[in-house]
Ligand binder design. Structure first.
Ligand code: ADP
Ligand code: MG
Length: 215
């Protein structure tokens, strides 16, 4: 994995967000203020414009640069949260020299993603069950860690993670929001999928497909 991997994942994430922009806008209009997709697309445009710099860097350094760009371009609650995800991943990658040497294992990927998710949990002070992106991020990180420990191969992991993400994204529909803007709606937050859960799930699926294709 290197900076080109990061740039390719950004392209994949941007494409799926563009494809689902109207849907994500509608979700955030239902239980938020409607800006979630615009926050994300602004960040994606800025990241795509950084391609040359990202591709010239090692994996961890590219994640760090991408994180800084997200923090300065993505607004709303989700900007600092996605910044934390990338920064947490960059920190873990920096502690795994084999990753920058191009020999990342499933176990390395699990450590990196789990570190990012832990950073988001700390930043947002949220675990599962609050009807946020954490309801997708935490179970995906947990399944990745479990599969890495069980010695699963890349193909199995890349098939399983999008399924876990989708199942848990759908489960946010019936939850009561207790964090973020949607929590102001109380019981009226039920019956709508959380926009951050949907955008996170879509990006996870797109990144897994990107890795599966390049494997
Ligand atoms: P805002 O709510 O400030 O308008 P966005 O629309 O960009 O910000 O993002 C909304 C999404 O952020 C929500 O759908 C939810 O998934 C996520 N979110 C909000 N607060 C938190 C939190 N404390 N922890 C994790 N995710 C959160
Ligand atoms: Mg919003």
């Amino acid at each position: 994995m290197d900076g080109k991997t990061v740039a390719a994942c950004i392209d994949a994430a941007q494409a799926t967000l563009k494809d689902h922009a109207d849907e994500i806008e509608a979700l955030d209009q239902q239980i938020g203020d409607g800006d979630h997709i615009f926050n994300l697309l602004r960040g994606m445009d800025a990241l795509v414009a950084l391609r040359g710099q990202l591709e010239a860097r090692a994996f961890g350094a590219a994640l760090e640069l991408a994180g800084a760009k997200v923090l300065s371009t993505v607004g709303g609650s989700s900007g600092p949260l996605f910044f934390s995800l990338l920064q947490g991943m960059a920190k873990a990658a920096a502690a795994l020299p084999e990753v920058d040497a191009g020999h990342a294992s499933i176990d390395d990927a699990a450590r990196i993603f789990a570190s990012g998710v832990e950073a988001v949990a700390q930043r947002g002070r949220t675990g599962m069950g609050s009807k946020t992106m954490m309801d997708v991020l935490i179970p995906v990180a947990a399944r990745l860690t479990e599969m890495a420990a069980a010695g699963a191969g890349a193909a199995a992991v890349l098939e399983a993670l999008p399924q876990v993400a989708e199942e848990h994204m759908l489960a946010t529909r019936d939850m009561l929001a207790t964090k973020g803007r949607a929590s102001f709606l109380g019981e009226r937050s039920r019956g709508h999928i959380d926009p951050g859960a949907r955008s996170s799930q879509l990006m996870i699926a797109a990144v897994c497909a990107q890795f599966a294709q390049s494997a």
